[in-house]
Design a protein around this ligand. Structure first.
Ligand code: COA
Length: 259
């Protein structure tokens, strides 16, 4: 059963935890009893998010970190363990993306997104591994991807390739690290209405109605829909679930394939 104690005595580390889906996961984890560390590049956004978490009575910390730099990620994870005494859950949520048809994409534009999304996720997994192994609850890695990484994503080849890479990495780690009692899963959100990404990619470009109709449920999701999935995967209710990709997209990818 889920309760406000579901994640009690768990410590979670959430990349990109100051914004949108990352913040929602941090906040929900906290309300379910976890201690949370959030990391991101922007000090002001982090401080603001930290204040909001603490105002809810959540035991939280924040560290300025660029996930592209392994040493920074390692340092932030070490600071988290020093502050809270353990690390049980890693959420790889930080992502960068912009709309750009591939013919116009520069090598550096490609590299930048691969560095943030795919390399950043690898950095988190590697830096967290020794700590997750020692988790008394069993370690947990959850990475936020998208089914557009599987179907292809015209206009965002860099992000699609990175997300497909994260799916593959997660499946590999689920097997390699299963003996260490670490579960490794991904969540594939669909279009989440109240996020900067959907605002920029769909609403600002006038494509929101079209994108809404692409989902089987004919609506955008909410940040809470994704945070609920992240609570489930981190909880004991999912203790036999590893190597899975939990699709929370209103049926978008199936409609895309079936239509
Ligand atoms: N179209 C085409 N190329 C773009 C671009 C766009 N909209 N935005 C960035 N790039 C290219 C830049 O031109 C540069 O390549 P170049 O050196 O060959 O010119 C490269 O990407 C790096 O850009 P830069 O602005 O230096 O990177 P950054 O590290 O400051 O920014 C991004 C990271 C690129 C992901 C940026 O889009 C960003 O910060 N976005 C906000 C966060 C976000 O994307 N959240 C995810 C929501 S889904």
């Amino acid at each position: 059963m889920f309760s406000t104690e579901t994640l009690k005595n768990h410590v979670a580390f959430i990349t990109g935890g100051a914004g949108d889906i990352g913040y929602e996961i941090a906040s929900m984890y906290g309300r379910f009893g976890a201690k949370v560390a959030i990391v991101g590049r922007n000090r002001e956004r982090l401080d603001n998010a930290l204040q909001k978490l603490r105002a809810q009575g959540i035991d939280a910390a924040a560290f300025v970190t660029d996930v592209r730099d392994f040493d920074q990620v390692k340092h932030a994870i070490e600071q988290t363990v020093a502050r809270f005494g353990a690390l049980d859950i890693l959420v790889n949520n930080a992502a960068g993306n912009f709309h750009c048809p591939t013919a116009g994409l520069t090598p550096n534009g490609w590299k930048t997104v691969i560095d943030i999304d795919l390399n950043g996720t690898f950095h988190g997994c590697l830096a967290a591994y020794e700590h997750l192994k020692r988790s008394e609850h069993g370690g947990n890695i959850i990475s936020i991807i998208t089914m557009l990484g599987v179907t292809g994503w015209p206009g965002a080849a860099h992000a699609a390739a990175a997300k497909a890479g994260i799916l593959s990495l997660s499946r590999t780690l689920a097997v390699e690290w299963g003996d260490d009692n670490i579960r490794v899963n991904t969540i594939s959100p669909g279009p989440i209405g109240d996020t900067e990404g959907v605002q920029r990619m769909y609403i600002d470009t006038g494509r929101d109605e079209l994108e809404r109709r692409k989902t089987a449920l004919n609506r955008f999701g909410t940040k809470a829909d994704i945070a609920h999935a992240a609570v489930y995967l981190a909880s004991d209710m999912a203790c036999y679930v590893t190597g899975d990709n939990l699709v929370v997209d209103g049926g978008r990818w199936l409609k895309y394939v079936a239509a």
